[in-house]
Design a protein around this ligand. Structure first.
Ligand code: ATP
Length: 306
């Protein structure tokens, strides 16, 4: 549905996006994760046709955003980082104005505004001036304008930034609801946001795509951790001889109990074999588990390797 190929953009000397290639399928919710200045907003502006790339392409359902901007933009809803809201206008007047700008047919404008107001739960404040609303409510107005034309794709730039925890939960719930109808790409620098909302994450740092993976895949390693109550002779050597084991490291620092980090071959599933070995040798097993990466540890590793 979204095909991004070798997309690059510079602002003078600053290479904000370097040769990004991404495919997003219909119905996905994809989190774009990166620190400040990583290039998230630039990528979103290029996808939505707000900016033109220096090189590369963005195709939406086979149409090029640069060559067919109007047609493509009709399929996309965009919530920019700082949505330009008009504080003196009421919610419904602002949305009617946006419906006009989006060229929604005259007889469909009012139903579109009503639908959007319902979808983001703004009915109770629809006649209030936007300037009198809380930040969370204003963010919902931003979401309402993004979905007015019932787009197939929603691009949301840091939709929860600056909100309090209750508002964050509300906006996340709204995004989940919107995902039933639309493909969603949202940016954030909050790791837990990605875990709460989506199952695919694209990590961007310094303008480069550093990872693009299902969360479950990113978290899973082929390694295991064995903790014993006390050391037993020959443990490391016996573990090393196990089928599928690449290496074993006995960690001595800061651990009350002996820890063994056991590296497995890809997809070898070594944990059951380690369990069997421990039973055969009567080892006092305190804990045996797969070594699971957290999103945070992956992110930190990538940041260190930058
Ligand atoms: P944030 O989370 O802080 O919004 P971001 O990941 O969205 O950051 P971008 O806004 O895309 O990052 O910025 C990427 C780089 O490009 C940064 O170094 C930024 O300073 C620079 N940049 C962005 N817009 C411009 C501009 N209009 N002119 C010059 N440099 C810019």
């Amino acid at each position: 549905m979204i095909e991004i190929r070798d997309l690059s953009k510079s602002y003078g000397e600053i290479h904000a996006l370097k040769s990004a290639t991404i495919d997003i399928q219909k119905g996905e919710i994809v989190g774009l994760l990166g620190p400040n200045g990583a290039g998230k907003t630039t990528l979103m502006k290029l996808i939505t046709g707000v900016l033109e790339p220096d090189s590369g392409s963005v195709l939406i359902n086979g149409l090029d955003i640069v060559k067919d901007r109007a047609k493509v933009q009709a399929k996309i809803g965009y919530l920019p980082e700082n949505a330009p809201l008009y504080p003196e206008l009421s919610v419904q007047d602002y949305l009617l104005m946006m419906a006009e700008l989006r060229l929604i047919e005259p007889d469909k404008k009012i139903p579109a505004v009503i639908d959007a107001i319902h979808a983001v739960n703004l009915s109770e404040v629809s006649v209030r001036p936007i300037g009198q609303l809380s930040k969370g409510m204003r963010q919902r107005v931003g979401l309402a304008q993004a979905i007015l034309h019932k787009p197939e794709i929603l691009i949301l730039d840091e939709p929860t930034v600056g909100l309090d925890p209750t508002q964050i939960i509300e906006i996340r719930q709204l995004i989940k609801n919107l995902a039933k109808q639309s493909t969603i790409l949202f940016s954030t620098h909050i790791l837990s946001e990605v875990e709460a909302l989506c199952d695919r994450v694209i990590m961007i740092m310094n303008g480069k795509i550093k990872a693009d993976s299902r969360l479950s895949k990113l978290a899973n390693t082929d390694n295991a951790i064995l903790i014993l109550d006390e050391d037993r002779p020959n443990t490391v050597n016996l573990l090393k001889k196990l089928e599928g084991v690449v290496g074993v490291n006995r960690e001595v620092d800061n651990h009350e109990f002996p820890h063994f980090f056991i590296q497995g071959q890809p997809a070898a599933d070594i944990t059951p074999r380690i369990f069997q070995l421990a039973v055969e040798n009567n080892w006092p097993v305190r804990e045996l588990r797969k070594d699971i990466h957290t999103l945070e540890s992956v992110f930190n590793e990538l940041a260190i390797s930058e």
